[in-house]
Write a protein that binds this ligand. Structure first.
Ligand code: MSP
Length: 445
């Protein structure tokens, strides 16, 4: 069976940082876990390269938008390589194949009567690429606090207002579609206020995909970006099943509305199947503060990986932060986890078990085992299926400390000296080795 999952596609106005890595590492973890559960997994990520924000960022660096996107998109691709992530499709929104799928979505919505031409005067937040409906000139954006800009445009509109009820009913009928629960409640509350129509084209910027209509319209960047999820696998099948719809969109909580409201509405309008699940995780903070370029507290993954390796960084991120909630990154916490959990916990169990097997049994693992690992595995699988990574890891590390206690209790160094305890020694060593084997398999994702 296929399992198709996606990360957001990242804006190319800034280089990749630990926040982007967090989502992509979690996605790769789910990909490995689902592969171990027997699925054929496809993981898509990519770069979001159009829009006003990118056009301005390019201007500021004296490059053309195409030059800037080529450079930064490549940095993202390299970052995933450095982190050892298995990316099956890397989709760029400037690819002509993607543009075709965007135009197809538009044309379908147009044919079904959900698109009309109108004029818009209102406030726009360039940073979030978001229309702020109730704002007055000079008002800040409710999402990020930056001052909105007044735009007046002849635009194509999507009849989002027609979808208030449909999207609401869909969420109500599918309580597992959007998780965690707090995010779902936010979206339900937003939907209950009713939706306004959405401008999906711009004429004031050039850096975008042209609409298949007269005039100089380019697509609103979110209409373009969301369609990546579909374009990345357009027309493709796996195990005799079409890859679309996605089984999971993994996102950060700040882009919830686009994914849980706009995207389902566009797809409903076009009569295309909806993704099966959206999971919005929390924010990674730096020492409990929001990370940002202006604060100068953006953490980059590469220097950390150079020091402690990809597995340790991955372990840290998934163990330290409860997935779905905000969590804090600090270098002290990384060192603490590295020493306590990895070097002492797992590392110590491995080195002591291997050393004893070598010393007492010439490196040959004896048998049989003393414990039943079924419950540990079941609890781990249950947690990982819910993307509750930190709890799943706790279960594994509880097993490691059990094994530590067990070794102390059995005292193989005493058993080795007594000719009558040789079978007991075999059992003890086997149990320790078997624990390591199981732990190694379970922590693989
Ligand atoms: N281009 C849009 C997404 C379009 S998806 C069709 C975008 N890009 S972004 O570059 O701003 O990336 C946002 C995503 O990066 C978040 O949703 C989240 O997955 C990840 N993160 C960026 N900073 C983060 C943290 N500080 N903490 C956790 N995740 C963060 O929005």
């Amino acid at each position: 069976m296929k399992y198709y999952l996606t990360t957001p596609i990242y804006y190319v106005n800034a280089a990749p940082h630990i926040g982007h890595a967090y989502t992509t590492i979690a996605a790769d973890t789910i990909s490995r876990f689902m592969t171990m559960q027997g699925y054929d997994v496809v993981l898509t990520t990519g770069t979001d390269e159009h829009g006003q924000k990118i056009e301005r960022a390019a201007e500021a660096t004296g490059r053309t938008p195409q030059e800037l996107t080529d450079i930064v998109s490549e940095e993202f691709r390299k970052q995933w390589e450095v982190l050892g992530l298995k990316i099956d499709r890397f989709q760029r929104t400037t690819s002509p194949q993607h543009a075709e799928v965007v135009r197809d979505l538009f044309t379908r919505c147009l044919e079904k009567g959900y698109i009309y031409k109108g004029s818009y005067t209102g406030q726009y937040c360039v940073s979030d690429e978001l229309y702020v409906n109730d704002a007055k000139p000079g008002d800040p954006c409710p999402e990020c606090g930056r001052i909105t800009e007044t735009v007046t445009e002849e635009n194509y509109f999507f009849k989002l207002s027609d979808f208030t009820e449909k999207v609401l009913q869909f969420h109500e009928a599918n309580p597992n579609f959007l998780q965690p629960e707090t995010r779902r409640n936010e979206v339900l509350a937003f939907l209950r206020q009713g939706l306004n129509d959405l401008s999906i084209s711009r004429t004031t910027i050039k850096w975008g995909i042209p609409l298949p209509v007269e005039g100089n319209h380019v697509f609103y960047v979110w209409f373009d970006a969301l369609t990546t999820y579909k374009s990345a696998v357009e027309g493709q099948q796996l195990d005799g099943e079409p890859l679309w719809p996605a089984d999971l969109h993994l996102i950060g909580k700040e882009i919830l509305r686009f994914h849980a409201i706009f995207w389902p509405a566009f797809l409903m309008a076009a009569e295309y199947p909806l993704p099966k699940r959206i999971y919005a995780h929390g924010w990674l903070l730096f020492e409990n503060e929001k990370m940002s370029k202006s604060k100068g507290n953006l953490v980059r993954a590469t220097p950390i990986v150079n020091l402690i390796g990809t597995d340790a960084l991955r372990y840290f991120l998934l163990r330290e932060v409860v997935f779905g909630k905000d969590g804090s990154f600090s270098y002290d916490a990384v060192i603490q986890r590295y020493n306590a959990d990895l070097a002492n916990g797992l590392g110590n169990l491995a080195s002591r078990t291997l050393a004893m097997i070598k010393q007492y049994r010439d490196g040959v693992i004896p048998g049989p085992a003393d414990h039943d690992i079924g419950e540990t595995v079941a609890r781990y699988v249950e947690a990982f299926e819910k993307f509750d990574f930190s709890r799943g890891l706790e279960t594994i590390w509880a097993f490691i400390s059990w094994a530590d206690g067990y070794i102390v209790e059995q005292a193989p160094w005493k058993l080795a000296k007594n000719p009558d305890s040789q079978q007991r020694l075999d059992e003890t060593l086997y149990t320790a080795a078997e624990t390591l084997r199981i732990v190694t398999a379970l922590v693989y994702p």
